[in-house]
Design a protein around this ligand. Structure first.
Ligand code: ING
Length: 312
């Protein structure tokens, strides 16, 4: 038995700081139509897909920051995505900056939604692992101020039944943390969709720059294999406002093998027919959590006197 979900990973090239949302949405619609032409059930877009990656700049005025946020979803500018998806009978994953009124106050999250073929928001996720720094750090060639502009996500790592399987999401830096995949793996996730904006240069660790693509692929392939799930990683790529972002948008099988990858740094779709039943081969053997995992042993972090040198 096969449960095939055909996925279009829709990489976006650079988005200029002053590029109107309508212009970005038309680029996304072109990729959605291409995806439909390839028989896709889902088209997945990057993190913060509607605007340039604005955390690279230090803003002092909240109004300047909020210009990059969506106050409602769908909004007048994003409604065409929902309408066209419905017309084409295709679902989509969209990353965006969410400005919400919750608990009597304004809250800001780095968010993604999964919209099914009926246009329903089947799943919502708010980024938990916010990288970078909260204060302006002028020594850096560019800032990474997600900790200043977003709150840590408050939805955990939920999964939902959609597209005939168990679907999950995460966002960018989340993909580097094994906990991200395992928390969804423990819920039986069969496909994780994620977007990213990843500068090639990491100012605090330039010695990692040459390994940026390797670490990107390693993180996602490991997460896929160790939890028996498909992983779809979608980049915002290319030289965006003077900062080079990696591409390497790719679709990874539960084996950990990359089955499709983009090869440019622009708007590009890569497609794969993903059989969700391939997850069983790992979830029922090597990573059968019920049979092989030993959670009672994981809490035993024992300070063995003498064995571990005392902190300096
Ligand atoms: N970007 C980067 C990411 O995790 C980063 C931040 C770059 C962390 C390089 C470590 C090394 O891919 C976002 N937006 O999280």
């Amino acid at each position: 038995m096969s449960r095939i979900v055909t996925v279009g990973a829709a990489q976006l090239g650079p988005i200029a700081r002053d590029e109107p949302r309508a212009s970005v949405v038309s680029r996304m619609l072109a990729l959605m139509q291409q995806a439909k032409g390839h028989g896709c059930d889902i088209v997945a877009y990057p993190e913060l897909a509607l605007t340039t990656f604005f955390p690279r700049w230090h803003f002092t005025e909240q109004g300047q920051i909020d210009a990059f946020f969506e106050k409602e979803m769908p909004s007048a500018e994003t409604e065409p995505l929902f309408a066209e998806a419905k017309r084409l009978d295709i679902g989509f994953m969209l990353g965006y900056a969410e400005l919400a009124q919750e608990d009597g106050r304004t809250r800001r999250f780095n968010t993604s939604i999964l919209v099914d073929k009926t246009g329903r928001i089947a799943l919502k996720y708010r980024k938990v692992h916010l990288p970078g720094h909260a204060d302006h750090q002028p020594w850096r060639p560019f800032q990474h101020l997600e900790k200043a502009y977003f709150e840590v996500g408050n939805l955990g790592f939920p999964v939902a039944r959609a597209f005939g399987g168990i679907m999950g999401m995460c966002i960018c830096n989340d993909r580097r943390w094994p906990e991200t995949y395992r928390v969804m793996g423990l819920q039986g996730v069969e496909m994780i969709l994620l977007g990213y904006n990843t500068p090639l240069h990491n100012p605090p660790a330039p010695e990692h720059d040459a390994l940026s693509n390797f670490h990107n692929q390693l993180s996602m392939q490991a997460g896929a294999y160790q939890n028996g799930t498909w992983v779809v990683g979608v980049a915002k790529a290319g030289n965006e406002e003077g900062v080079l972002h990696i591409g390497q948008t790719q679709i990874i099988a539960p084996s950990g093998e990359t089955v499709a990858m983009c090869t440019t740094l622009g708007d590009e779709l890569c497609v794969a027919r993903c059989d969700l039943d391939l997850t069983k081969s790992y979830k029922s053997t090597t990573f059968n959590f019920a049979v092989h995992r030993q959670p009672q042993a994981y809490g035993l972090i024992v300070e063995r006197k003498g064995a571990i040198p005392p902190p300096e």
